[in-house]
Design a protein. Sequence first.
Lengths: 153, 153
Amino acid sequence: MLKLVTERLYLEDLRVGQRFTSASHLLDAGQITKFASEFDPQPFHLSDEGAAGTLFGSLAASGWHTAALTMRLLVESVPLADGLIGIELELAWPKPTRPGMALQIFSEILDITPSRSKPDMAIVTLRSETRDQDGETLQRLTVKMPVFKRPTG
Amino acid sequence: MLKLVTERLYLEDLRVGQRFTSASHLLDAGQITKFASEFDPQPFHLSDEGAAGTLFGSLAASGWHTAALTMRLLVESVPLADGLIGIELELAWPKPTRPGMALQIFSEILDITPSRSKPDMAIVTLRSETRDQDGETLQRLTVKMPVFKRPTG
C-alpha cells in the first residue's frame, strides 16, 4: 500500500510487515568529501588518490554519511506523527557507497512490542536497507523506536 | 599509557583492554540545527519551539550528529595506521545531546579475533562511549573493524 508523506502515522496505523520506500538521493564526490572533511577525515573518504592501496581502492563515502543520508530519506518516507527517535540500533555496511550511486531506502516493520509501563506507547523495530540503483545493499539498519498512539480528546 | 596522535598503530600494537581518550568538542545550537537541516530535519532537532511537547522538551542533536562527531573524535584519538573502517556496529543513545555540551570519547578494545582466511588481519572490537562534560553517557558504540599487521619488507 502506498502511503502519502502527508499522512502522519500513529501506533494504531502500524502493523508488522508494513513497508515504506523512500525517494532516491544521487550522491556525488563533492558531497562525499564535504561530509568526510567535517566528520570522517580519512584519506579514503577524501580522494581517489587517498583511497588507492586501501581496502576501498577508490573514493568511498564515510559509513556515517550513508547513515545520515539514510536518516534524511527515512524522515521523508516513514511519516511517524511523533517523529523517528532511535533508542538503539544495529548497523552494517556490506558494500562501500561510491560517487554516482543513487541511494534509496526500503524499510519494513519487524516488531511492535507494547510498553509495559506506558499504555499509549510501543517500541517499534524497523529494518531499513539502503540500496544503490542496481539494488545492491550498502547499509543494513535495524532500529528500535518509541511510537505513540493517536492522542485522544 | 598516553598515545601520541602522530603514532600510527598496527595490529601488533593493540591489546585487549587498551584505552584511548579523545579531545573534547563543544557543541552549540548552530551546529545542531545545521546538521539536522541537512540530514535529520525533525522539529525537535531544529528549534526549542519544535521540541516543546516532544520527548526531548528542548532542542536536542540528531543521534546521527552525535555519531558523526564521535567519528571525528575517534579518527583523532584512535590512530590506526590503516584507518578506522567499521564493518558492523551497535549504537545506543541513552541521553539526548544538547547545545553547550562538550563531547569527549572514551574507547577501549574489547576483543581481537585473528582472521582465519587473512593471516595479516584481525577483527578488532572497539567500545566507545561519548560523554558530556559531567561524565554522563550520551552514546554507546560497539564497532567491529578490520586491523592489519605492520607491513614487512
